[in-house]
Design a protein around this ligand. Structure first.
Ligand code: NAD
Length: 485
């Protein structure tokens, strides 16, 4: 379903008229989304301004940006430029230097503003954020990115340093709300000491057009999920899922169908699962992605065993599963007093019970070491919603499950994360009353709903080798929803 306000906002005459009349109408920016598969230089020729601020990540940023095609602008001491010189030369992107406190050149349209706040330890030092970003925020391009990097508050040696690191989160959430109207987004990334190498893939993803609908989100990079001694961390950025087998539940339509298509486009062989009775749309999706259909009700008592058997079958899963996406989900809305026990049971069984049962079975047999597990939660589930006690309980349960399971499977190199979508344009949201739908779209930093492909992009990133630095997390994909975000 298309969003009339995003479409209308494209017309200069409409924008001008709304402005002149001073109408209180939000004018959401059309988000720039990536087309086609992953590419080597997703940031080709885009200016990314790095604020070094005495932080520890200069080398990582220098080796991440130029190979991705970005032109680095370094705001800092002249010596801070050094790590950027040889990658700049190798990739034909010589860095541009700006003295600390400098204003941006008039003609600079910065695609990214990346602030290394890992050196900030005290509330007074937070002033560096203001001093750096205040003059540059106006130079942020439409659909640009603001990324603040910090150390995880739990690794701080002093409470004041933990407070300073946590302050970054509040800062970024507000920046996200301020820049959202131009389609731009903001994030904070906490990098655990020793996990710096795992930051690069996330930086590339967040700075790229594949993260268009994600904003106001804290991300944590760590080395929890182990690397096998014979396979050091080596992310690939083109066809990152080549040779991998993925299983997507609820793949017949909506978000699941988009996930199947994106995983296949990056080289995965995709097993598409949906309910018996949905064989026709399921077969269509499976054929379109050159995958394998599997009609199975995931709440069936025999489903875990059937899944394991299917995965082991050479014609089915092909022997082992590398990516498991728990996307199947249902709503059975009624206020608590009016809810039937069947409604309660159905929502909890599909959204949570089946996730736990099938994951447990596949962890025993079928899932490869270094596998990626991704579960769909929901922002409206987490924030709570009238008529959704069953749905919210199940979707919050998913958050607890990934948090608890992550450390238990980390030794095998397996990661598990949840994605909490906000308002996504699917048949689920098309069925909402028109007024509720309109409010749900607009009450967010980006002022619009997301598309199934926005969720699919994040799933694909988490499924890739480069997603290994993230585990146990629940990541909102909600355009910066004002409620429950
Ligand atoms: P959808 O209804 O379009 O698709 C869900 C799919 O899951 C359907 O094809 C359905 O047949 C399948 N399914 C349901 N029960 C099943 C079972 N027992 N066994 C096998 N398959 C089953 O929904 P969607 O909007 O694409 O949502 C996908 C996921 O994202 C869900 O988990 C949902 O809760 C979550 N989500 C969606 C939104 C949104 O705005 N659309 C927001 C937050 C979370």
């Amino acid at each position: 379903m298309s969003d009339f306000l995003v479409d209308l906002s494209q017309h200069p005459v409409f924008r001008q008229t709304v402005k002149q009349l001073g109408l209180p109408l939000p004018m959401p920016e059309k988000l720039r989304r990536a087309r086609g598969p992953w590419e080597d230089r997703p940031l080709a020729d885009r200016a990314v301004v790095v604020f070094t601020a005495g932080g520890a990540l200069g080398n990582t940023l220098a080796t991440a940006l130029a190979p991705a095609g970005a032109v680095p602008h370094v705001v800092g001491e002249a010596t801070d430029l050094r790590p950027f010189l040889s990658p700049g030369e190798a990739f034909g992107r010589p860095p541009v230097h700006h003295a600390p406190g400098a204003s941006p050149p008039e003609d600079l349209r910065a695609h990214g503003l990346v602030f290394d706040a890992t050196g900030l330890r005290t509330p007074a030092e937070l002033r560096a954020l203001y001093d750096g970003l205040h003059p540059f925020i106006g130079a942020l391009a439409r659909c640009g990115r603001v990324i603040v990097l910090g150390r995880p508050p739990r690794t701080a040696s002093q409470p004041a340093a933990a407070a300073t690191a946590t302050a970054l989160e509040g800062f970024v959430r507000s920046v996200a709300k301020e820049v959202g109207r131009k389609g731009a987004t903001a994030h904070v990334v906490y990098v655990a000491p020793g996990a710096e190498a795992r930051l690069t893939p996330l930086l590339r993803f967040l700075l790229s057009d594949r993260s268009a609908f994600l904003t106001g989100q804290p991300w944590s990079i760590d080395a929890t999920a182990a690397d096998a001694p014979e396979t050091p961390f080596a992310p690939s950025y083109v066809r990152p899922l080549e040779g991998r087998t993925a299983l997507v539940t609820g793949a017949a339509r909506g978000i699941g169908a988009a996930i199947a298509a994106h995983l296949a486009a990056e080289g995965a062989r995709v097993v598409c699962l949906d309910r018996p009775g949905d064989e026709t749309p399921l077969a269509q999706v499976a054929a379109a992605v050159k995958g394998v259909p599997l009609a199975l009700d995931i709440t069936d008592a025999a489903a875990p065993e059937r899944l394991v058997d299917f995965v082991k079958d050479p014609a089915g899963g092909g022997g082992r599963l590398d990516v498991l996406v728990h996307n199947a989900g249902i709503t059975r809305d009624k206020t608590l007093g009016r809810m039937s026990p069947e409604y309660w049971d159905q929502a909890v069984a599909v959204n949570l019970g089946a996730v736990v049962a099938t994951t447990t079975a596949l962890l025993d047999e079928g899932l490869s070491d270094d596998a990626r597990i991704i579960c769909l939660s929901s922002v409206s589930g987490l924030a709570g919603n009238v008529g959704q006690t069953n749905y919210s309980a199940s979707k919050a349960g998913v958050v607890g499950y990934v948090r608890a399971l992550a450390p238990l499977v980390a030794g095998r190199g397996i990661t598990i994360n949840a994605i909490a979508p906000g308002f996504i344009e699917t048949r689920l949201t098309a069925a909402m009353p028109a007024m509720t739908r309109e409010v749900a779209r607009r009450l967010s930093a980006l002022g619009q709903g997301g598309e199934p492909r926005d969720i699919a992009e994040l799933v694909t990133f988490l499924a890739s080798t480069g997603g290994k630095g993230l585990t146990g997390q629940s990541l909102r994909a909600c355009g910066g929803m004002f409620i429950g975000a």
